[in-house]
Design a protein around this ligand. Structure first.
Ligand code: SAM
Length: 278
């Protein structure tokens, strides 16, 4: 391992998202050689440094830090190598650092980025949805109306949509997707790089039913196929959705509900539901 001091500046260092084996050698070297580690939470980063056998001064930093605290850190970068890490994954990706990097660049401070794990890229690379274009939109809003508005705003974007999500909010988000973006294939990528890693695809309605029955634990990336890219659902998927709906409501309501969820024609589904009932 290279132990020579690093040139002064800001070093953006990606850390693992759940599997220590994803720490790159260059990231470990840089944390070992820097003068100061700026981090979201000194307990979380302290644990990582311990696991790597490193001892470094740490400083708490996020984008809500006072101007004075940011100024102090920027002043240090002129003479010291400052590494920026977040709790997990790549800094600045739904994590602090944007204001610091922007200011550092504006002042001519050297900025180096060390690539590594990021949940959004990990999910995209395993989900089997189109990756030629994707739009990452961070976390969906908590409030129902705002969440629906964001989904409607993005519904026409010709790209795979990617969001970060949490277990307790997943079903509500899937239900909103079923309502606002019917017929789109969705993937839920959960606990990536960890023991219980899972990537489950289906319609938003199917996934909402699954995760209502089995509330999800852990960290989640939610992906939505671009408009027009999803293949038409198989007949047995349509029939399963219709049977489930018919058990709870009238034929007309069932046809309407499934048509909306799968993006299919209501009249065709009504005829199919009538045939299923016979
Ligand atoms: N900067 C991080 C990155 O590059 O992935 C993301 C930080 S953001 C505050 C945390 C969110 O990322 C989690 O709520 C979850 O949506 C997603 N995430 C992080 N680790 C994950 C994992 N192992 N599996 C699935 N999603 C994960």
């Amino acid at each position: 391992m290279d132990t020579s001091p690093l040139a002064p500046g800001l070093y953006i260092v990606a850390t693992p998202i759940g599997n220590l084996g994803d720490m790159t050698r260059r990231a470990t070297d840089t944390l070992g050689r820097c003068d100061l580690v700026a981090c979201e939470d000194t307990r979380v980063t302290g644990k990582l440094l311990n696991l790597l056998g490193l001892h470094k001064p740490m400083r708490r930093y996020d984008d809500h830090a006072s101007d004075g605290a940011r100024e102090a850190l920027l002043a240090e970068m002129a003479v010291k190598a400052v590494a920026l890490v977040s709790d997990a994954g790549t800094p600045l990706i739904s994590d602090p650092g944007y204001r610091l990097v922007r200011e550092a660049r504006a002042r001519g401070i050297s900025v180096t980025s060390l690539p590594g794990a990021s949940a959004v890229v990990t999910a995209l690379s395993m989900a089997g949805l189109p990756t030629d274009r994707f739009l990452f939109a961070g976390f969906l809003p908590n409030k129902e109306k705002a969440r629906g508005d964001v989904l409607t705003e993005l519904s026409g974007v010709p790209a795979t949509l990617a969001f970060y999500e949490t277990g307790p909010r997943l079903v509500a988000s899937l239900e909103a997707i079923a309502e606002r973006l019917p017929g789109r294939e969705v993937a839920v990528a959960r606990e990536l790089t960890k023991l219980h890693e899972e990537c489950r695809s289906g319609s938003a309605a199917e996934l909402a039913a699954h995760y209502s029955a089995q509330p999800p634990k852990g960290e989640i990336v939610l992906l939505i196929a671009p408009p027009g890219e999803a293949e038409a659902p198989e007949d047995d998927v349509i029939d399963a959705e219709l049977r489930a709906a018919l058990a709870e409501m009238s034929t007309s309501q069932a046809a309407g509900k499934v048509a909306k969820a799968l993006g299919l024609d209501r009249k065709v589904l009504y005829a199919r539901a009538m045939a299923l009932k016979e």
